[in-house]
Design a protein around this ligand. Sequence first.
Ligand SMILES: C[S@@+](CC[C@H](N)C(=O)[O-])C[C@H]1O[C@@H](n2cnc3c(N)ncnc32)[C@H](O)[C@@H]1O
Length: 380
Amino acid sequence: MGSKRLMLQNGLGSLIKEEAPQYGRFVDLFSGASFVAWFAAQNTDKQVVAVDLQKYSKILADSVINRTSSIDIASLEQIWIKKAIAACQKTKLYQEAKSLEGKTLTQERIKELRLLCTKKSNAGPLWNAYGGHYFSPTQSLLFDYLLKYLPSDKTQRTVCLSVVIMTASKCAASPGHTAQPFQPTRTAKKFIREAWNKDPIEILKVELEQIAKKYAQRKGRAIVLDAQRFASQLKETDLVFIDPPYSGVQYSRFYHVLETIARGKVQSEIEGIGRYPSIKERPQSKFSNVGQSREALDNLLEKIAMKKASVILTFPAGSASNGLSGRKVQNISRKWFKVNRRKIFTKFSTLGGNNEIRDARKNRGELILFLTPKKVKPSK
Ligand SMILES: C[S@@+](CC[C@H](N)C(=O)[O-])C[C@H]1O[C@@H](n2cnc3c(N)ncnc32)[C@H](O)[C@@H]1O
């Protein structure tokens, strides 16, 4: 999560701070982990609107952009965390899980723990869906109780839910995202042990402390919607941020665990090695489809150009697995906009004059384009 964090400190952040004052709103059309939406909300006095197909992204965005003051974490500790832990630790399932988890983690033990998690729990969705897979049984039950005891106040609830999402993402026994959990093979068992040894409450408190002090200068909002559909609501005075998918695999496949947490339930049977819910519950994007991504970006940029809004667009400079590339993205952008500024971000350098496209092709940097309206005719 949050691939844009480093980029914000190296060029993207200063571009947003420089340009935002000329516009009315900052609209992030593919908000994902929401670091860019948070940045704009904290560092500019513009209203931030964050859009994404996935609900977990809306929760993360709203936890900062929808608030204009800090949050009192001492009271959340009392009314939420302590209650959830106490209720969880009282359960028979927790006690059974705790005693089994205390023994050496062998392949057999993992099978036993997975079997334990097939016992029905009504506390929340994680125990039955992911216990013994992405999370240890005790971790998953704790997450369920944290969800069950979320505060009723809307703002507090959003902040606490976002913190559970971030904590789960840090605890998951999977390689970097939640497409598939580690399996108890001879080589991967140590990664399961490492992840299951993490204390969710310790991580959660750190996350809560960090998020509580972040807030927007002006109250914004996040919505779950297709970027194409939101584009028809854009205004000439909007500064639109576009960080579209570059993967040919649907993002909902990578983040389905976080999505379950955000929704608080899974409607369908969880299946297979990846523990996925049915495809109907996983939003599908044309931008992650090799045959449709080019047209999807073209249509989106056309819609934005018709509204005469300006755009900051980021995309990998090289080729991406969804069939797009930095070069193709620039060509499509030029069709509808004037490319006002073009920079390359690399891990090793800030955005200076020496970061030419040629260098980026070598080290696979990321393109940043600032696009302003030009006179365009709508396509037929
Ligand atoms: C490259 S990621 C954005 C990453 C984000 N800037 C960050 O730093 O985490 C792409 C995001 O676009 C979302 N997405 C994909 N297709 C979309 C669509 N048609 N409309 C809105 N969001 C979409 C995905 O759910 C994913 O969160």
